[in-house]
Ligand binder design. Structure first.
Ligand SMILES: Cc1ncc(COP(=O)(O)O)c(C=O)c1O
Length: 397
């Protein structure tokens, strides 16, 4: 007889590919959470979850729909009211009219990205991605067993790729180019010309161009240009967006993909097989949020902008410290190479000495090695305290 301990239980290959237990990029964040649980005075600047509460009218809307029984299965592609709200929003922000038939709803942008890529690429295909990239993309690419062809970027170019870099990364095996603008972690925004020419190139090569625009509503001065606005032809384009950041609704799990009708039909079947739709009352509240959002989004954007300005002003006062002033999003990338070559060592030291947690840039790729990501999702007084501690740390090595 064998006990379960002697039996080597077997799991699928995908479990091995997405097992990141040896990835220590998040170690500082985990250590910071441990310290906080033990009651220490830790400033968590390693997170990307908005610190705002979801606006009250959106919460009330969800509750009222819960009360009237909107608690059943929903269509796999999403409730018509939310798909229409997304289509109307996409129509407002781009010269191309967006139809309901081009919209698929998912439980969050992450799920939208996984589903879209599952419908576009095969194991072994090349997919062009930009470094640095959001930490959530890596596991998706690994799960799908695709081959990421990484386009490195430079700090002096605001971590943005050039058209030639992107074009040069395309091989005969490339099925998709996957970009993110505005960017997490850098806040860089791709300009209209780059997006227009990239879209034309992908169309001519007959490869998909997928763009994650989840930070589209949080830009400060430099306008976000949607891929759908920039492109002349939408045949090979997919835009991903959602409410997690813009409406402080990360836990509600609402995202979407906008693409050609035939892709959307595949996405419906994919969603039906895997998620089987999103909760009705949440979709109702999400539609309400999108149709009535001007005020709340602007209010939150103004707060983020002020935090960005005040933090940058404060960082300016730290001798020898360089940083990238973000045009968008919720993070400031700080170049720590003048103090410590290894960003993980810097982040570990900052937590140990001053109880501030920031994410090492290498978590996002080689291009941001030597940097740390300082999050703006804390109230201003906490951010200022974080800057004071950072200054003390770099000035007293
Ligand atoms: C660039 C980017 N895309 C997607 C996501 C995940 O979005 P969601 O919470 O809607 O899955 C994040 C979250 O941090 C992000 O930064």
């Amino acid at each position: 007889m064998t006990s379960s301990q002697d039996t080597a239980r077997r799991f699928s290959a995908v479990t091995g590919r997405i097992d990141d237990s040896d990835n220590d990029a998040w170690a500082v964040h985990e250590d910071a959470l441990d310290l906080k649980r033990r009651g220490e005075d830790v400033i968590l600047l390693s997170i990307g979850d908005p610190d705002f509460r979801t606006p009250e009218p959106i919460v009330d809307n969800a509750v009222s729909h819960l009360r009237v029984g909107r608690t059943h299965y929903a269509p796999a592609l999403g409730e018509l009211n939310l798909r229409r709200a997304v289509a109307d929003y996409e129509t407002r922000v781009s010269p191309h009219r967006c139809r309901v038939g081009e919209v698929a709803i998912f439980p969050g942008a992450t799920s939208a990205i996984y589903s879209v890529l599952s419908c576009l690429v095969e194991a072994g295909d090349d997919i062009v991605v930009v470094d640095p990239m959001y930490v959530g993309y890596g596991p998706i690419l690994k799960a799908l067993d695709v081959n990421p062809v990484v386009v490195r970027t430079k700090p002096e170019q605001n971590f943005l790729p050039t058209l030639d870099d992107l074009r040069g990364a395309v091989t005969a095996g490339t099925r998709a180019v996957f970009i993110n603008t505005p960017s997490n972690p850098t806040g860089g925004i791709m300009d209209q010309g780059l997006l227009r020419r990239l879209a034309a190139f992908c169309q001519q090569q007959e490869i998909w161009l997928v763009c994650d625009e989840i930070y589209s509503m949080f830009t400060y001065g430099v306008p976000h240009v949607s891929l759908r606005t920039a492109a002349a032809n939408l045949d090979w384009l997919v835009v991903i967006d959602g409410l997690s950041k813009s409406h402080a609704m990360s836990g509600w799990r609402i995202g979407w993909a906008v693409g050609p009708d035939d892709l959307v039909q595949h996405l419906g079947r994919f969603n039906s097989m895997s998620m089987f739709g999103c909760p009705q009352f949440i979709q109702d509240a999400a539609a309400f949020a999108l149709n009535n959002d001007e005020y709340y989004v602007k209010e939150m954007r103004d707060v983020y902008r002020e935090r960005r300005d005040r933090v940058c002003e404060r960082l300016d006062a730290i001798h020898g410290l360089r940083y990238h002033r973000p045009d968008s999003g919720m993070f400031v990338m700080i170049d720590v190479r003048a103090f410590e070559a290894d960003d993980k060592v810097f982040a570990g030291g900052l937590l140990e000495a001053e109880r501030v947690s920031v994410l090492p840039g290498v978590a996002f790729g080689e291009s941001t090695r030597g940097h740390v990501r300082f999050s703006l999702v804390q109230p201003l007084d906490v951010l200022m305290d974080g800057c004071d501690r950072l200054q003390r740390f770099v000035e007293n090595p």
